[in-house]
Design a protein around this ligand. Structure first.
Ligand code: SF4
Length: 206
């Protein structure tokens, strides 16, 4: 049984690894906080900017943001309000359904999101310094852990279409709305959208 007690952790390999993962998550939070302080943004605001930069358009709403931040609707709305006051975000009714309000980065918001791109660079550099075989083993192990946490509902995985069970490649190559198809939302996918992150992604081999 994993514990925060260092004496107990010492006796178990899974507990020591869990502790190391916890430290890595602390480091990531620290990096995000430091970058946010430099830019005058809270960690939630940084997550929101990155979400709006990379999530597929259909989920760029307050509800989608709430899911991504694992926060309440009211909290997500407050984050959006703060970004709007900073002129980093603009609310806009959806053309097909004016009751749905989408969140869009302004040009200034896009520039701000670009400045936090490399926030995980230090962690990536530490991983890149490992021998390739260790990186591959780490990737397999990390994916297995994430899948288990995902199945238990502790994390929502956002991935691109290309490895998704619902992705139908070149389903209608001559359709001006997009050559590919998403069976989940039953809609054509323009090529550019297949490179965005989606909360409805389900891996092929699950
Ligand atoms: S459900 Fe899958 S195929 Fe559909 S948009 Fe999301 S990732 Fe792409």
């Amino acid at each position: 049984m994993t514990s925060f007690d260092p004496a107990q952790r010492n006796d178990s390999l899974p507990a020591r690894i869990t502790s190391a993962l916890y430290r890595i998550s602390q480091a990531m939070n620290h990096l995000l906080r430091a970058r946010g302080e430099a830019a005058g943004l809270s960690p939630a605001q940084i997550h929101a900017l990155l979400f709006l930069q990379y999530a597929r358009p259909g989920v760029r709403t307050i509800g989608g943001l709430a899911e991504r931040l694992a926060a309440t609707y009211a909290t997500a709305s407050g984050v959006a309000d703060a970004l709007e006051r900073k002129q980093l975000l603009r609310r806009k009714p959806l053309a097909e359904d004016r009751r749905t309000v989408t969140l869009n980065l302004t040009a200034k918001g896009g520039r701000e999101a670009a400045t936090v791109e490399d926030v995980l660079g230090e962690v990536e550099a530490a991983i890149a310094s490992l021998p390739e075989a260790e990186q591959e083993a780490l990737q397999r192990a990390a994916q297995a852990i994430v899948r288990r946490l995902q199945a238990a509902g502790h994390v929502r995985v956002y991935e691109m279409c290309w490895g998704c069970r619902f992705f139908q490649r070149e389903a209608h190559p001559d359709d001006p709305r997009g050559p590919h198809h998403c069976a989940f939302v039953d809609a054509p996918l323009p090529v550019a959208e297949t490179y965005l992150e989606c909360p409805d992604f389900v891996p092929l081999n699950l």
